[in-house]
Design a binder for this molecule. Structure first.
Ligand code: SF4
Length: 346
C-alpha cells in the first residue's frame, strides 16, 4: 500500500503494524509530514474532539530508591529532593485548585519497597481539598494490587506505568536499576483493577521504528483501559551519564505521536521531555495531541529551569519553600489561537 493510501485508510480505520511502519519510514520529508499531521489531527478531532486537557503537577510525594538511577534522570547527577511534607502537599493542592484546573498529576519516584500508604494519604488530602479534581498517580512500580484497589475506591482517575521502551536491551542500557517486568506487571494490574492507564514511549534512547510499533500494538492488544500515551523526548541533562548523548528528535517524536493516534484512536495523546515548551505546542497540536502536563501549573520542591517567555502571562514564585509555576494564561491563549478549547474554560 502506498503512503497516501495508508493515510486515506487511517482517516476512518485503525492501521495495522505494517502500515504503521511504512508511515514512520516514509515520512522523511516535510511535505509528507504535513500530510501525516493533517490526518492525525483530523482523527483527533473526530475521535476525541478539540477540548485540550490541562493537567497540573505536584511532586514529589516519594523519594526514588532506584539504584543506580536511570541514566537520563536528573537523580543521576547526585541531586535529589526530599518528598513534600503533609502541610506542603496541602498547600500545593490548594494552590493548584485555585487556578481552576480540572486534573492533576501527583508524582514521585519509585519506592521499590512500596509506597501505598504515602500515595493513599496524598490522594485523601487531594480529595478533601479539591474533590472535583481528577487525579493521576505517577510513582512507578511502588504500588501493590491492593493499593490500586484502594486508589480506585478513593476515586482516582488514572495511574501511570511508564516503560519508555519495551526493547529489553535498550531498557537495561538506560535504566539499569529499573525493571521492565515490574512496569509491565503494574500496567496490567492497573488495567485489571479498572483504573485508566497512562504510559510513555521515549524517543532518543535507541529504540528502533520496529520497537516503537511493537510497543504501540502491545498497548492496543493488552490494555483495555489505556487512556493516555505520552511521547517523551530525551533531554540530555548536564551531569548525568547521558549528558553527551544527542537530544531526542522532535520530528521523530511528532511522527510517532501521529502514528500512535492512527492506531490507538481515542486515547489522550501528549508529548513530554523537550516537547514541554510552549513554542512547540503548535506542532504537537498539529500532530494530533490533546493533553498536556508541565506546561500549565506546577508546584514542586525544585525550581524548573523553564524560560519565562511572557512575564505578563507566567507567574514563578516561591511560596513557603515550594516553587509555584503558573503559565495557564499563556497556554490557554496559545490553544485558542490554534482553534483548541482549553479544558479549564468549559
Ligand atoms: S525511576 Fe524515575 S525518578 Fe527514579 S531514577 Fe528512574 S527516571 Fe529517575
Amino acid at each position: 500500500m502506498s503512503y497516501e493510501a495508508i493515510l486515506e485508510k487511517a482517516l476512518t480505520d485503525s492501521i495495522d503494524k505494517r502500515e504503521a511502519l511504512i508511515l514512520l519510514r516514509k515520512s522523511q520529508d516535510y511535505s509528507r509530514l504535513m500530510d501525516l499531521f493533517k490526518v492525525a489531527s483530523r482523527i483527533r478531532d473526530n475521535e476525541v474532539g478539540r477540548v485540550y486537557k490541562i493537567e497540573g503537577f505536584i511532586s514529589p510525594i516519594t523519594k526514588c530508591t532506584t539504584k543506580p538511577p536511570c541514566r537520563f534522570c536528573r537523580r543521576s547527577t547526585g541531586r535529589d529532593f526530599e518528598p513534600l511534607t503533609t502541610s506542603e502537599l496541602e498547600l500545593g493542592i490548594k494552590l493548584l485548585a485555585e487556578t481552576g484546573l480540572k486534573r492533576v498529576e501527583i508524582g514521585g519516584g519509585t519506592v521499590w519497597s512500596g509506597a501505598g500508604e504515602i500515595v493513599i494519604k496524598a490522594v485523601e488530602i487531594c480529595r478533601r481539598i479539591a474533590p472535583h479534581i481528577l487525579i493521576r498517580i505517577n510513582v512507578g512500580p511502588s504500588l501493590s494490587f491492593n493499593d490500586l484497589v484502594k486508589l480506585k475506591e478513593l476515586g482516582v482517575y488514572e495511574v501511570s506505568s511508564n516503560f519508555e521502551t519495551m526493547n529489553p536491551q535498550v531498557f537495561k542500557k538506560v535504566k539499569p536499576g529499573d525493571s521492565l517486568e515490574s512496569r509491565i506487571k503494574l500496567a496490567k494490574a492497573i488495567d485489571e483493577v479498572g483504573l485508566k492507564l497512562s504510559t510513555t514511549i521515549m524517543v532518543g534512547i535507541g529504540s528502533s521504528y520496529e520497537d516503537y510499533i511493537e510497543h504501540i500494538f502491545w498497548l492496543k492488544e493488552n490494555i483495555r483501559n489505556l487512556s493516555r500515551v505520552s511521547i517523551t523526548i530525551l533531554r540530555p541533562i548536564k551531569g548525568t551519564p547521558m549528558e553527551n548523548h544527542p537530544m531526542g528528535s522532535i520530528i521523530e517524536a511528532l511522527k510517532l505521536g501521529a502514528v500512535a493516534r492512527m492506531v490507538l484512536r481515542k486515547i489522550d495523546l501528549s508529548f513530554g521531555g523537550i516537547a514541554n515548551d510552549i513554542r512547540l505546542l503548535p506542532l504537537r497540536v498539529m500532530a494530533g495531541d490533546n493533553r498536556e502536563v508541565h506546561l500549565s501549573v506546577m508546584v514542586t520542591k525544585r525550581r524548573w529551569d523553564k524560560p519565562v517567555l511572557s512575564p505578563s502571562e507566567v507567574v514563578v514564585k516561591n511560596i513557603n519553600g515550594l516553587w509555584y509555576y503558573n503559565a495557564l494564561p499563556l497556554l490557554t491563549r496559545t490553544l485558542k489561537e490554534l482553534g483548541m478549547i482549553p479544558e479549564t474554560e468549559l
